[in-house]
Design a protein around this ligand. Structure first.
Ligand code: AMP
Length: 486
């Protein structure tokens, strides 16, 4: 498809010729040297070329595309109040609301000393404030596909002057069934534009998307920065299934963890674990698709402020979360999809900080462990963890279906879905939160507009790509931890 860039070393932000206003913002963010993806992507994007970037969240890719976009748009920046002087010139599409919000926060910080305007639109919240902001005019728009189409339909977003398109986490967008929405959006954009596609994997579907919509792209493949990878210590603790909650409490207490994400394979499991941890004195909350957007944002903010010790999350809810310097993640369940393990442990050891990826492994998860080791191309250090005083509750919530309180204080009947099959049954299906899988999420105010569409609904969810990740991630040459698990 194109030449592959090599990773430069010793780069500085000064070398790119970025405007002083952008350099000032970079300095204020505390960035001193560009990450490898930034060192590679910034000059290519500045040169106007299309990019096919293999990079995950955590590599610094957001600044890698945002900084040169801001630089390229600066000559068009206007201090005029007229909306006509602020058309959408750069569009950044992301699969999830959380990622959209994070990208928007970064763009805003990087552009704060310029007169360029940015805004973010995503579903699950009132459209009206978004519409008002769009009407005032923004040059850089960050959006999830469904809500963007709502705005296009309502004529609050006009994409006719977009010069730069970014497809962020493109593999995730396809996995979530956004392809039809993406195609609709792409058809609304000028053919003459620069397109930047970022994806953790280059599956055949991604390559097809790229060959259809990108022009002679430069491929940029960057391993998750070696400093990050080598700073993540991975330990697998073998425990009885019934002792897992006690094991989480023990790990948090013994290691003095003040901020940890605990991953569960299902949203019901996440809610249950958060409640159990609370009963055992750990300040915990669950973040998953049964929570409203504002509940999830509140939980995330409280976690970032250090008010919550354990954020219990499902994979899709946690995708793209950027929490600086997270000391540890715990896998309560080993993920069914080995790639999710890589995404999960990428939440710790970010931007050069060290971190621990601690996984609980019960005998019925051998297949998942084998899949992970195959993917990362190395055996994992398995230690026994003895939970002295197993945390058991009067009613074992893993038992048969019953009415349970949901996170909003209501009561609902448990349904038996793909994520809830008892252990030992066949469960290779990707565990996902349906909330996030709705490719089209009209708000109440957009329902009438959406109803008018004659196009078919988005494609159903497909299982996540099985492309190997280890090559992109540098093979995880991490030291084994030899200390006993006490
Ligand atoms: P991203 O992969 O874009 O989500 O970025 C991951 C984290 O790295 C974010 O917290 C960024 O603020 C941070 N970051 C991005 N670029 C740099 C840099 N050059 N130096 C230090 N931190 C950075």
């Amino acid at each position: 498809m194109s030449d592959t860039a090599t990773t430069p070393t010793n780069a500085t932000f000064d070398q790119f010729g970025l405007h002083a206003d952008i350099l000032k913002a970079i300095a204020e963010q505390g960035y001193t040297t560009p990450t490898p993806i930034q060192a590679e992507a910034i000059p290519v994007v500045l040169g106007g070329r299309d990019v096919m970037g293999a990079a995950q969240t955590g590599t610094g890719k957001t600044a890698g595309f945002s900084l040169p976009i801001i630089q390229r748009l600066l000559p068009l920046a206007s201090t005029s109040a007229s909306p006509a002087r602020h058309p959408v010139r750069a569009l950044i599409l992301t699969p999830t609301r959380e990622l959209a919000d994070q990208v928007a926060a970064n763009v805003q910080a990087y552009a704060k000393h310029t007169s360029l305007r940015s805004a973010v639109v995503f579903g699950g919240v009132d459209m009206n404030p978004q519409s008002a902001e769009l009407r005032r005019g923004v040059e850089i728009l960050i959006a999830t596909p469904g809500r963007l189409l709502d705005h296009v339909q309502q004529k609050t977003a006009n994409l006719g002057q977009v010069q730069i398109l970014v497809l962020d986490e493109a593999d995730r967008m396809l996995d979530m069934g956004f392809l039809p929405d993406l195609q609709r959006i792409l058809n609304l954009l000028p053919a003459e534009r620069q397109t930047l596609l970022f994806s953790a994997t280059f599956s055949p579907e991604i390559k097809k998307l790229a060959s259809t919509y990108l022009r002679n792209p430069q491929t940029i493949e960057v391993a998750r920065s070696n400093s990050t990878a080598t700073n993540v210590t991975q330990i697998v603790y073998e425990v009885a299934e019934g002792d897992k909650t006690g094991a989480v409490v023990k790990l948090i207490r013994d290691r003095g963890l003040k901020q940890v994400i605990v991953f569960c394979n299902s949203k019901i499991g996440a809610s249950r674990l958060a409640r159990q941890l609370e009963r055992d004195g750990v300040v915990a909350t669950a973040i998953h698709g049964d929570r409203t957007q504002s509940e999830r944002m509140q939980a995330l903010d409280a976690f970032k402020r250090g008010e919550i010790e354990a954020l219990v999350a499902t994979d899709v809810a946690a995708r793209g979360l950027d929490i600086a310097e997270l000391p540890a993640v715990i896998n309560f369940d080993l993920p069914f999809n080995a790639e999710d393990y890589v995404h999960r442990i990428g939440r710790t050891g970010r931007a050069g900080a060290s971190g621990d990826a601690l996984s609980l492994f019960s005998p019925n998860e051998r297949k998942q462990l084998a899949d992970i080791e195959k993917l990362i191309k190395r055996p994992l250090d398995v230690q026994r963890l003895t939970v002295d005083t197993p945390v058991r509750h009067h009613h074992d919530e893993r038992a048969a279906p019953r009415r349970e309180r949901d996170d909003r204080g209501g009561s609902r009947r448990r349904t038996t879905g793909a994520h809830e099959r008892p252990h030992g049954t066949h469960h290779r299906q990707q565990p996902v939160d349906d909330f996030f899988l709705k490719p089209y999420e009209p708000s109440p105010s957009a329902v009438s507009a959406a109803a008018k569409r004659d196009e078919a609904p988005a494609a159903p969810q497909k299982p996540a790509s099985k492309q190997p990740l280890a090559a992109l991630l540098g093979g995880f040459g991490m030291p084994r931890k030899t200390t006993p698990s006490n």
